[in-house]
Design a protein around this ligand. Sequence first.
Ligand code: PMP
Length: 358
Amino acid sequence: MSDFGWEKNIRKVVPYTPGEQPEDKDIIKLNTNENPYGPSEELIKKIKELDIDNFRKYPNPAASELVEALADFHGVSKDKVFVGVGSDDVLAMSFMTFFFFFKKILFPDITYSFYPVWADMLGIKYELVPLTEDFEVKAEDYNKENGGIVIPNPNAPTAILMSRDDIISILKNSKDSIVIIDEAYIDFAPEGSSVIDLIDEYDNLVVVRTFSKSRSLAGLRVGYAVSNPMLIKYLNNVKYSYNSYTMNYPSIVLGKSVIKDNDYFKGTINKIIKTRESFSKELKELGFKVLPSSANFVFASHPDVDAVKIFDEAKKKGIYFRYFNAPRINEFLRITIGKDDEMKKVTDFLKDLVTEES
Ligand code: PMP
């Protein structure tokens, strides 16, 4: 027991553990699903053109320029877009707005490990819905009483994509609760996988996106939600009750500019998908089980070599993977797709290790 009288009166939470961000630039960093390719020349030009005088002033609280550019990009009106400081901020605001104390919310037992943290912090009860043996989300399992649903598509850390039909069946079966589809990695999935186009048809759907992965801008912190104007209004009400100026001046201006860089970002996505496919093939040739990935990372395990051993040995060589010590996945590693030359070094390292250990 602590000597401090206030100890029992304050909020104590178990925080989310973000992936390591080592200072050393001379490593192969495949632990936080960042994009290995930098932003476009166009964006670098825009960074140089930032107006220093604007740093003195408060930014536009509605981040209107950015909201309008995103609305244009998705072909929706601007009252259907909400922006935040990365999708973590948008998701946290969504948990605060859409989920309450009365009924349990549902999310997969293996998923983005921030969801239970937000729920616990906000006093929202939740039920973990087990993935199938093949680590897939089974839509029928969500057909039960709930106070909300949140599912990443593709799921993390499994990288497995859910079909649009399955999402539609979840939306139809839970009409009285909000369904959040977290599309952080959707740009690496086959075209037509997103459900943004369904927001008018299903008034309980909120789709969350980020600039951190496919748009190479994890450092800028821009995320957004697309939904119907009523739900966006409720989100804004919570935001303005919490922090009016979530978006800073550079993220508004640069975020807007990056939306116009579609050709550049499509090019880097295609390169990553190509590398993902060849790397997955090589892992399988080394005996790894690799879950089918529609994201910019793969989730893999080896029958003979312990995941912790691979993780530790890789780190000694300056190769960073992500490991989750959690039930059902403690023999897996999540490996972000880097550039071809980086993945070649990773394959060489794994080949040596597997040969030694098998
Ligand atoms: N959702 C999922 C499924 C993620 O993996 C991540 C990245 N950690 C995020 C949301 C948050 O990303 P960001 O805040 O950088 O947009």
